[in-house]
Design a protein. Structure first.
Length: 133
């Protein structure tokens, strides 16, 4: 359910791009014009999240123009705890952590992923990505 909700969110924010679900690492990739790629790895916030973030950061993520670790909490109230946890890690320049939660769709259809926080906040690179799209 969580990965499905994140995939639907990715399809909304990358409407004109190809969002590819992977069986391995990372969970999702998005191909941009010019051959650049974005990577997305989804993790549900648990007691092992810190170790799992370290495992993600040990992967080869240099090939991605931007790489996102998506931390999904059970509700928006857990975001601050997730932010404290995420800030304990030194992130490479091309990596951000997005913290969000799952909400029921008011229409009663599939659950929605709602991003709440991006750390570090989007900087000048965000304009470069949107221009490359």
């Amino acid at each position: 359910v969580v990965e499905f909700a994140v995939r639907e969110w990715l399809l909304r924010i990358h409407a004109e791009k190809k969002v590819q679900a992977n069986r391995g690492f990372p969970d999702f990739t998005v191909s941009l014009q010019g051959g650049a790629r974005l990577g997305y790895e989804v993790k549900v916030l648990t007691s092992t999240t810190s170790r799992r973030i370290r495992e993600v950061l040990s992967q080869d993520i240099a090939e991605f123009q931007r790489f996102y670790i998506i931390l999904v909490t059970t509700d928006a109230k857990a975001d601050e705890f997730a932010l404290d946890l995420a800030s304990q890690h030194s992130l490479p320049a091309n990596v951000s952590i997005i913290i969000g939660h799952i909400e029921d769709d008011p229409d009663g259809s599939d659950p929605l992923f709602i991003p709440d926080i991006e750390e570090p906040p989007p900087g000048p690179w965000a304009r470069n990505i949107s221009q490359a799209q």
